[in-house]
Design a protein around this ligand. Structure first.
Ligand code: MG
Length: 203
């Protein structure tokens, strides 16, 4: 499986990082080795001094497809959860400044945390999903799917024009505002609506 991540999909987050507003979805990928195994702690990597959390809604792809039409895109994902797109912000800033690819800032081992999936059939309205993250018991990010610049269907359709989506792939759909650093000893708790879908520690 692969992990596809959308960047700059919430206006307030685009502004907090002083980026330009996107006119079409922007995506990058993480390899399957980026997935943090369930139940394990996130190990702070030695190549960064500025690891940031980004709390995001994550879709699970249920069917292989390419060139998927936007009005058929909802057939291609069947479950949703909340995840953490860990980012080495210091390395990312260096890569951006040099015009280099981002992979070492985004695709490292353990950089993709994915919570327990919920079947989409059980959710009444995909445009009305609240999610968030508590760091050491305190709210740090709270987002809402209605604030996304590009919808789930738009994202799935757009990615599939360039990259075949396969059953089991995960799509991180972008972070709302409030990204920030973690340190050793922190505990992150991810929420889909009011339910905890994942809890893990930083080591
Ligand atoms: Mg992100």
């Amino acid at each position: 499986m692969k992990i596809v991540c959308i960047g700059r999909n919430y206006l307030a987050h685009v502004k907090e990082l002083d980026n330009d507003l996107p006119t079409e979805p922007m995506f990058f990928m993480k390899p399957d080795t980026a997935l943090l195994p369930e139940g394990e702690a996130f190990v702070y990597p030695d190549f960064s001094n500025e690891i940031h959390y980004e709390t995001e809604l994550v879709l699970r792809v249920c069917k292989t497809g390419r060139h998927i039409a936007e009005n058929e895109a909802s057939d291609y994902y069947d479950a949703i959860t909340v995840g953490t797109d860990f980012t080495a912000r210091d390395l990312q800033s260096q890569c951006k400044a040099k015009g280099h690819p981002w992979e070492k800032a985004k695709a490292f081992d353990g950089s993709a945390v994915v919570g327990k999936f919920h079947e989409i059939n059980n959710l009444s309205n995909l445009n009305d999903i609240a999610f968030g993250m508590k760091l050491n018991g305190e709210w740090k990010q709270q987002g809402h799917s209605s604030d996304m610049i590009f919808s789930f269907d738009k994202i799935v359709s757009y990615i599939s024009r360039f990259v075949t989506l396969c059953e089991g792939d995960c799509i991180f759909t972008g972070t709302p505002q409030g990204v920030g650093p973690v340190k050793s000893g922190d505990v992150l708790e991810l929420f889909l609506e009011k339910e905890t879908v994942c809890q893990f520690e930083v080591k």
